[in-house]
Design a binder for this molecule. Structure first.
Ligand SMILES: Nc1ncnc2c1ncn2[C@@H]1O[C@H](COP(=O)(O)OP(=O)(O)O)[C@@H](O)[C@H]1O
Ligand SMILES: C[C@@](O)(CCOP(=O)(O)OP(=O)(O)O)CC(=O)O
Length: 442
């Protein structure tokens, strides 16, 4: 114990698999992003306590301080924030880790959280840079729950970096690489507990493992833990955390020279409302929805295969790959790259059917029009509405050297007036240790 350590975990974009990922039989394709959540953990040697205390600071947000005094060992009940402030994600994570570790000694811990700019709206912010210039964060005028989110999964990132910070504090030998499943399982449990529901968990899995082909765990694994007083059954919690869960998280990355370009769209959507509309339709129209889910899954699997084939193409003949990718937006496009555009379009056709049949705005008309226009941009393989879809964002796959041209070409074009291209790219690595010095001076 004692020495400071720093960690970070990535945000996500669900390129293929929205809604289907809620079901443990379907694969989804998740890309980890360059916007990351960070934590720095250290023993507090400035305030004296002869009890047990954990203080979490999130200095980019007003009232971003939560100080817990822990008085008792039923951690889900005995966690008291001294100013009565609520942050369910922080509370659930601390309670999960303390229940798992069962610390025998007193402790006095400070953890500082930073989030990269991509997670939140950048309106009314001031930028601060660390002393060595390696990290830069935006400081907001408002509290965390008053700042608009962009949909990269801030709570999953927060829970993941807090989990690893606490585990490594209590177990200094904890190895982030060999014990990732412990981080994952703790973070998934804490995230479900905080949300009071069991989501698909792809955002937490991406924060831990990075870019992945993801098939979810059975919700029944966590369900018993969320009901009644079961959270205090420490033996069961410990064995749930240490067991190997049955789910897919196969590492993946976009093929060489292909970049993800995310556009933020003016307007927004509420994921829970879209999800409940889709699930109602699915219950009411069993046959219709089974067929559509089948087709949508086939198109998702096809995209996963096409991306895999492109990696193989590059590995076998990198020069030919480069030559052909550079011709891929012309009429002499090679079959491998045409297959990528076709795969994206096929997913979109199914999402458009999903929209019509369910009445939920997954790929609403304005997004269809916009994505059709994106297909025409030089260097673009096309794009989708990521995740739950709606009016939040679009996500294109483009040739890397065309990004600047695409941004320039669309800047003064009426057809793209609602789009703000985000300064994000794939960063496939999941949770990792950072250099503590990089945060000094913030
Ligand atoms: N940087 C942060 N500092 C403190 N709490 C945070 C931070 N980022 C996210 N949170 C917590 O996560 C909540 C947002 O979670 P949620 O609504 O699930 O959004 P998202 O889809 O971005 O995960 C916030 O209200 C806050 O409780
Ligand atoms: C519909 C979904 O399958 C995917 C939603 O993906 P988003 O990436 O849109 O998620 P939010 O950031 O929470 O809005 C629901 C789920 O898997 O939980």
């Amino acid at each position: 114990m004692g020495q400071s350590r720093a960690f970070s975990a990535p945000g996500k974009a669900l390129i293929a698999g929205g809604y289907l990922v809620l079901d443990p039989i379907y694969n989804s394709y998740v890309t980890a992003l360059s916007s990351r959540m960070h934590s720095i953990v250290e023993s507090d040697i400035t305030t004296s306590t002869n009890g047990r205390r954990i203080k979490i600071s999130s200095p980019q947000f007003k009232q971003g301080e939560w100080e817990y005094i822990i008085d008792g060992d039923k951690y889900f009940k005995d966690l008291k924030e001294i100013n009565g402030r609520k942050n369910p994600f922080i509370e659930a994570t601390i309670a999960t880790i303390l229940s798992y570790i069962q610390p025998k000694h007193n402790f006095n811990i400070n953890i500082t959280i930073y989030s990269d700019a991509g997670y939140h709206s950048q309106e009314n912010t001031v930028s601060e840079v660390s002393s060595n210039g390696h990290k830069q964060f935006l400081y907001h005028e408002k509290a965390i729950n008053e700042v608009a989110k962009t949909g990269l999964g801030s709570s999953a990132g927060l829970v993941t970096v807090l989990t690893i910070a606490l585990l490594s504090y209590f177990e200094p030998q904890f190895n982030t690489n060999t014990s990732k499943h412990i981080v994952h399982n703790c973070a998934q449990i804490a995230h479900c507990y905080a949300q009071k529901k069991i989501g698909s968990g792809f955002d937490v899995a991406a924060a831990v493992y990075g870019s992945i082909i993801y098939k979810r765990f059975q919700p029944s694994l966590i369900e018993p833990f969320l009901t009644g007083d079961n959270v205090n059954n420490i033996d069961e919690l410990k064995s749930l955390i240490e067991s190997e869960w049955d789910f897919n998280h196969d590492q993946c990355t976009l093929p060489p020279k292909i970049r993800l370009l995310m556009g933020d769209i003016e307007g927004g959507s509420e994921t829970p409302k879209l999800v409940s509309k889709i699930l109602n339709w699915k219950r009411e129209k069993l046959e219709e929805s089974d067929l559509l889910y089948h087709n949508l899954n086939a198109s998702n699997e096809n995209l996963i295969k096409v991306l895999h084939d492109l990696h193989q193409f590059y590995n076998q003949d990198p020069e030919k790959y480069i030559t052909e990718i550079n011709q891929s937006h012309t009429s002499s496009s090679s079959p491998q790259f045409k297959a990528l555009s076709d795969a994206i379009n096929q997913i979109r056709l199914n999402l458009q059917s999903l929209t019509k049949l369910s009445g939920a705005d997954v790929e609403p008309e304005s997004q269809t029009e916009l994505l059709d226009n994106c297909n025409l941009l030089a260097g673009s393989f096309g794009g989708v509405v990521p995740g739950a879809g709606g009016y939040d964002a679009i996500c294109l796959l483009v040739i890397d050297q065309y990004i600047e041209d695409i941004i320039k070409e669309t800047k003064h074009d009426e057809k793209f007036k609602n789009v703000t291209w985000l300064n994000l790219h794939e960063e496939e690595e999941g949770v990792k240790q950072e250099n503590v010095e990089d945060y000094i001076g913030l």
